[in-house]
Design a protein around this ligand. Structure first.
Ligand code: ACO
Length: 333
């Protein structure tokens, strides 16, 4: 059986216009710019506005069009849409189906949503890779589109300072015969013993959103920040090391490390653990905060468009999220 190599053909991203600074938050809750910057590295975040079409599918449309253009394709060249959203547009139809219509795709390509929280986009890339490698699909749109502001309790200083809205997209397709782009290695895990550290229990089938739920303020996410912090550092560092080893790359062969942008202290602790120089780490958590599964593809797209990441570079990406899900990928761009 002939196997193909997978290449990132194009990327795109979308950030809502509205900026909410730490000072803006400190007018509402008991916090300060200094506290937030010291503990997280976050200066500001973007917040989506539904009246401007900035829903998960709306943001995804803008990011996807840029990715498809960068890939030199047209919308009907896309033969599958995989979309990660912690909070989709609605329970059904899936957000990827809504996106298919918004993009004007008329080829009836399959559409699928996944929820692996912040690891969602990283989870989807090896899945797309497997389908491209075997020739089952040719051009797969892989999206992380997140509107965390829809379940972020703006009165809870433990969580609301951390999150922002955004979308990142990539078109994955076949590398040409003479190209050396490929996905070398990946790892995906979930440690469900830690699943209770980050939850949003209301709104699903087991706990419908009732007046009682709203009166008890149970419609928001809750988090045990310190437990997540510890698990994030150990898991991301171990996964990054594992995929680099499987790719037979030494740390000096890695050109860029693109970690999930949850907290600057987590990123720095992970970098220190597996000894990657600070200059090789892509960071934008200061501007956008934690945008969940959008964070890695947004950082990737910005680094490509700014000329930092070039064809032939070896990239290492890693993420973790509620579940606790985690994953890492090593690839040649
Ligand atoms: N402003 C001011 N003070 C605050 C704030 C705030 N926004 N938030 C908490 N505090 C207070 C606490 O109440 C506590 O006060 P106390 O000592 O009087 O009780 C004090 O600051 C210290 O709180 P800690 O929780 O110990 O602070 P820590 O250094 O752990 O930082 C933080 C908290 C930033 C949340 C950190 O634990 C963290 O980043 N954790 C990881 C979270 C994360 O990445 N979540 C996303 C997961 S990915 C996904 O799937 C969505």
């Amino acid at each position: 059986m002939k196997l193909f190599n997978t290449k990132i053909l194009g990327t795109g991203s979308y950030l809502p216009d509205r900026i909410v600074t730490n000072d803006d938050l400190s007018k509402r809750i008991d916090t300060s710019h200094q506290w937030i910057v010291e503990r997280t590295g976050i200066h500001q975040r973007r917040v989506a506005d539904l009246s401007k079409g900035e829903s998960p599918s709306g943001m995804a449309k803008e990011a996807a069009l840029k990715a498809i253009e960068a890939a030199n394709l047209t919308v009907n060249d896309i033969d599958m849409i995989l979309l990660s959203a912690t909070m989709p547009d609605q329970a059904m139809p899936n957000t990827a189906a809504v996106l298919q219509e918004k993009l004007g795709i008329t080829n009836n390509c399959p559409t699928l949503d996944v929820n692996a929280a912040c690891s969602g986009w990283i989870y989807l890339v090896p899945m797309a890779d497997a389908m491209i490698k075997t020739g089952l699909y040719k051009n797969i749109l892989v999206i992380g589109s997140e509107m965390l502001s829809s379940f972020n309790n703006w009165d809870d200083r433990n969580t609301c300072i951390l999150f922002g809205d955004a979308c990142g997209a990539a078109v994955l397709g076949r590398a040409g015969e003479k190209e050396d782009s490929r996905i070398y290695s990946s790892v995906l895990t979930c440690d469900s013993t830690k699943k209770d550290h980050l939850t949003l229990m209301a709104g699903g089938a087991c706990k419908r959103t009732t007046h009682e739920i709203l009166n008890n303020n149970e419609q928001w996410m809750t988090m045990n920040g310190q437990q997540i912090f510890k698990a994030a550092v150990t898991t991301m560092a171990a996964h990054a090391e594992k995929v680099a080893k499987e790719a037979e790359l030494a740390m000096e062969d890695i050109d860029w490390f693109i970690p999930h942008q949850a907290n600057l202290r987590i990123i720095e602790a992970v970098g220190t653990r597996f000894n990657i120089p600070h200059e090789k780490v892509i960071i934008n958590v200061d501007k956008y905060a934690n945008t969940s599964s959008a964070s890695v593809p947004v950082a990737l797209d910005e680094a490509i468009r700014s000329g930092k990441i070039k064809r032939g570079d070896n990239l290492l990406m890693a993420a973790f999220g509620a579940g606790l899900t985690a994953g890492a990928i090593c690839l040649k761009y």
